[in-house]
Design a protein around this ligand. Structure first.
Ligand code: FEO
Ligand code: CA
Ligand code: CA
Ligand code: CA
Length: 627
């Protein structure tokens, strides 16, 4: 242990080894349980729907590809205080694997990203109910979870259980609301849109609401027209099909109000009010959800910018001070942002309106260990006509604005975390195949960047709204080799060891005692097979000590998955994490053979399709997780 005096012991467990098992592994003295699997009914949680799953069933069931997650204590008003045995578990669902969802996929040689189609008189079509199931498997789940008398956790029926999907009506707020950018046939006033997509990480506001990030939304759209910059800069597709071909659904356009067809955003009408050319502008935002009000309308908070939002993390709020949060743009050579509210926080009146006006900044990391927050404000510096014509223009084109002010291009910013005890901010930079030896800098020091790093900073004067900061690298992820490109090094410059080698940090959280929880997402395309990554085994979670730099592996997951999402109950004796996309490494040929036993079947085992699910971790002596 590393504790001194009355300080809590931060890393009081023995490291677990790397693993290629199809089971979850925790340190001795800890136990696990599966909770909230993809396909569990939210209206009658004793039912786990079989796979394949219909559109209607999926609309009543926990979504797939679990990601960011929070435990809201029941009847709570503070997101980190209240019951440790009863609460609302709220989680994102990032994407879907169609081959596990549909009867028509059985026997086909489908890879994890492919989907079944059929020929309709020479036109490639998708079955509408299959598309509906995929839309309903996206979004966010709210379910009540309770600790039972036997000590196990269960999802229970509750009026607040809710699915938010790719079809749920949502309000657009902030500077982009009502502007021409977001006017569509669905809402010519530009104040409403439908659905949220590719929800990766999340955030929790000081006023006890949940915020879901929209990350890789751009690929869900395709266009046959020349792309305006607000599409091209984000990668809206130009191929024949969007990511899942939803626009090819054999649905009646009258009956579903073009909810499917809108994913082809080629202009077809006389103006934007008659088609869906602006639909992609309604995505790329942070979406605020009140989990305690099942009738509430989710709100897209445009003042936080439009990009591939990984998540958002808030400083603890201080009465009379601005609300401050950070968000990363997870794409190669993109940026880290900070939002400072225009109005001050007062607990009695705090709410989502605080996210509707304020200043969005982007980070510049200088090589000398200092840094600056550069404002993205229309009319300031280079953010003027003819390049930009309004603050809405700056926000819809946040990436271009950040390019223009000269922000530092980062190695794929993923999750952030704020240490509640020191105010230091940590961000994972997962890896970057696009970094070359010629364009490294002190914050992104390796090209190519195979394994990623964790950066941290402290705002000058410990003033959360400061415009400058100092930073360092907490760890360079990698192997034990001490190689300049692939070797891992801790805060003290010591090489990583068998107890803590890791790659591709993604999920991140700091608990109340300052334990830094680090989750990995090595791609399915390299995990366990590519020689650069093979020694890391399956994706994992580690714990770090921010004061000493020590890191120790705490958890290893099953075949094919990534570990993502982490929160404990307020008393820190129960931890919830997610296994996303177990079984994703199963090949198209293996899938078509129908015999996939042993290849990634968690949690049901046998020859079952794998399901994303939550893992509940407890310490057998009832103590604090990690202590
Ligand atoms: Fe969805 Fe950036 O991980
Ligand atoms: Ca992620
Ligand atoms: Ca991933
Ligand atoms: Ca990732």
């Amino acid at each position: 242990g590393t504790g001194t005096g009355s300080a809590p012991q931060l890393l009081g467990f023995d490291a677990v080894p790397v693993s290629e098992l199809d089971e979850v592994v925790v340190p001795s003295g800890y136990s696990t349980q599966v909770l909230a699997e993809w396909g569990r009914s939210i209206s009658n949680p004793t039912i786990l729907y079989d796979l394949p799953i219909t559109g209607e069933q999926q609309g009543d069931a926990i979504g797939s590809h679990h990601d960011g997650m929070h435990f809201f204590p029941i009847e709570g008003t503070d997101p980190y205080e209240g019951s440790s045995e009863d609460g609302l578990l709220v989680m994102n669902h990032e994407y879907v694997e169609p081959r596990y969802m549909h009867a028509s996929a059985i026997g086909q040689s489908l890879s994890r990203s492919a989907y079944p189609t059929y020929d309709d008189e020479g036109v490639v079509r998708r079955v509408a109910d299959e598309v509906l199931a995929e839309m309903n498997a996206h979004g966010v789940t709210v379910v009540r979870v309770q600790k039972q008398l036997n000590g196990e956790w269960a999802v229970v029926a509750d009026a607040r259980n809710r699915r938010i999907t790719a079809l749920t009506p949502m309000e657009i707020s902030g500077p982009v609301r009502g502007t021409d950018f977001v006017k569509t046939k669905y809402d010519p006033t530009g104040t409403m849109t439908r659905g949220t997509l590719n929800n990766c990480g999340h955030g929790v506001t000081p006023w006890n609401t949940y915020v879901a990030a929209e990350e890789n939304w751009a690929g869900y759209f395709r266009t046959g027209a020349e792309r305006p910059r607000e599409q091209a800069r984000y990668g809206v597709g130009t191929g024949a099909f969007s990511r899942y071909g939803w626009e090819r659904a054999d649905a009646d356009p009258e009956s579903n109000d073009e909810a499917y067809a809108r994913f082809d955003v080629t202009p077809t009408g006389a103006s934007a009010l008659e088609d869906y050319r602006n639909e992609p502008n309604c995505f790329g935002w942070m979406v605020e959800i009140d989990p305690f009000d099942p009738d509430s309308t989710p709100v897209k908070r445009t003042a936080l910018g439009r990009f591939a939002h990984e998540g958002v993390v808030f400083h603890p709020a201080v009465e009379g001070q601005p609300v401050v949060c950070y968000s990363g743009d997870d794409s190669g050579n993109q940026y880290i942002y900070k939002f400072v509210s225009g109005q001050s926080y007062f607990q009695a009146t705090a709410g989502g309106h605080l996210l509707d006006n304020g200043t969005l900044y982007v980070a510049k990391f200088n090589d000398d260990g200092t840094g600056e927050w550069l404002p993205l404000v229309f009319g300031q510096g280079p953010l003027v006509a003819p390049l930009f014509n309004s603050q809405a223009d700056v926000l819809v084109n946040t990436r271009l604005a950040a390019d223009t002010v000269g922000a530092t291009k980062m190695d794929r910013p993923e999750w952030g975390a704020v240490d509640p005890n020191t105010g230091e901010v940590y961000f994972t930079l997962t890896n970057n195949s696009g970094r070359t030896a010629e364009n490294t800098d002190a914050a992104n020091p390796r090209g190519p960047n195979r394994h990623g790093q964790i950066i941290r900073w402290r705002e000058d004067g410990n003033n959360t709204s400061a415009l400058s900061f100092t930073w360092d690298l907490f760890v360079l992820a990698g192997d034990t080799s001490e190689d300049a490109i692939v070797g891992g090094f801790d805060l003290n410059g010591d090489a990583l060891t068998e107890d803590n080698i890791f790659s591709s940090p993604d999920g991140l959280w700091i608990d109340a005692d300052s334990r830094l929880w680090i989750q990995t997402d090595m791609s399915e395309s390299v995990v366990n097979t590519n020689p650069t990554y093979a020694m890391m085994g399956n994706n994992m979670m580690l714990a770090g000590n921010p004061f000493t730099g020590e890191i120790r592996r705490f958890f290893t997951g099953t075949l094919g998955q990534e570990i993502t999402g982490v929160i404990t109950t307020p008393d820190q004796t129960t931890m919830f994490i997610n296994q996303q996309h177990p079984g994703a490494t199963i090949t198209a040929a293996e899938f078509a053979s129908g015999d996939i036993a042993g290849l990634g079947n968690w949690p049901l085992g046998g020859n079952n399709y794998a399901r994303s699910a939550t893992v509940v971790i407890t310490k057998d002596d009832g103590g604090v997780i990690g202590s």
